[in-house]
Design a binder for this molecule. Sequence first.
Ligand code: PLP
Length: 484
Amino acid sequence: MAMKNREKNSAGTSLLYEQAAKEIAGLIDQGTFRAGDRVPSIRQFSKRFNVSINTVMQAYTLLEDQRLIEARPQSGYYVRSRVPEIREPDLQTRSFIAPTTVTISNLCHRVMHNMMNRELLPLGSAIPSAQNLPIDKLNRIMASELRRRGEQGVLYQMPPGYERLRVQIARRALVAGISSGPDDILVTSGCVEAVLLALRVTCRAGDTIAVESPFYFNFMQMIAELGLKALEIPATPREGISIEALRYAIEQGKISACLVITNFSNPLGSLMPEERKRELVELLARHEIPLIEDDIYGDLTFGNERPTAAKSFDRSGLVIYCSSFSKTIAPGYRVGWAIAGRFQAEMERLKMIMNIAPASPTQLAIAEFLATGGYEHHLRSIRRIHARNMSQLADAVVRYFPAGTRMTHPAGGFILWVEMPEGTDAILLYHRALEQKISIIPGPLFSLSNKYDHHIRLSGAQWDEKIEQGIKVLGALAHELVPK
Ligand SMILES: Cc1ncc(COP(=O)(O)O)c(C=O)c1O
């Protein structure tokens, strides 16, 4: 009722949605709705306050922009946790400009090894929880496909890979805005192999590759193995890699390729806005620099729409799109793919030299899983679970970690990047946590500089009492390490 009167009194309808937003913001402020609570649906709000659906939609968009509420798929709008957000890097400093030779770190190897150690509580690993994977369904499909398709399951599926699977992948690529045919797709052994092949066809030892900072540590190791230099370009949780900083870097020296995780990156969780993706693709195309795009987390949005890929803006064939089903269906199946534009034939050739073909049975099973329509349904369910896990994880970090701890607030994926108070030694925390049978990923692995020495990566792939207890123990350990 109250809104209706104001609607009549208001000088212009353009402000009406602001009033509606203020109304909800007030209720959040007073504590009527708290973090994690569902706010009235658009329809309920519109009915209750007698304003149009359109006005409420605009109001909710405004509240989302103000980071007060967030949409969750098939579920409605929820009050966001008021977690202190990570600080943005200073993009004015040009100190990032020196390409650095990467060294292989033992720590990296041990951290990766720990990821699958069942004796450790997996608080850091970016691996989906087995309870969120369609194991029974896949097992049934695998058995029936192997029976049905006979020799296809045991003989090589030569590159570019099993055709039925490539047709399904091409159809799904449309959701990310990529228009491709089955012959544009190269099936690989996971996303990592797609990225490795992409690096091999675009760079030679000694070349410089631009990456976002902080950056997925396994790719750092790959860059090292290939004898490449990494140039770390600052990235922000909201927009991903800084286009301005990248432009500056390109003006300063030769860059052979640029490797970016465009949607829900690892570890920042950043989602590049469409406009930034377009700018990135256009900037690199102007300088004839290939873009290697890793979009492994794109299907894991918490929103209703899957974000587009940078590849959707590719007009020159310079974008090599890489992804896999490791975060959504089955990491152990090792089914990934590349859509490599100009580099397609060369990557196919290289793939054949390296390991002839990816395993056949898992290609058959995933093709059937995609074709029979189980994938969308499965995605809807895991998106909801991850969104809930991530907000519980963030709340627990706020509760148990030292004051001054900040974190990201990703809109998809299941990775949380945590910045503890300055001076809190993340490597020491990693070792102390291991003594308590907890595994985390220490921040220094995500850069060649010492920038992230008080950061850690946590995972929201799973949430239960044991995990919460683990976060409590970790928080207590972090308290001990904060400089007095
Ligand atoms: C950004 C990113 N790319 C690739 C991978 C690995 O992909 P796959 O298992 O499909 O090789 C990971 C796993 O953590 C990842 O975070």
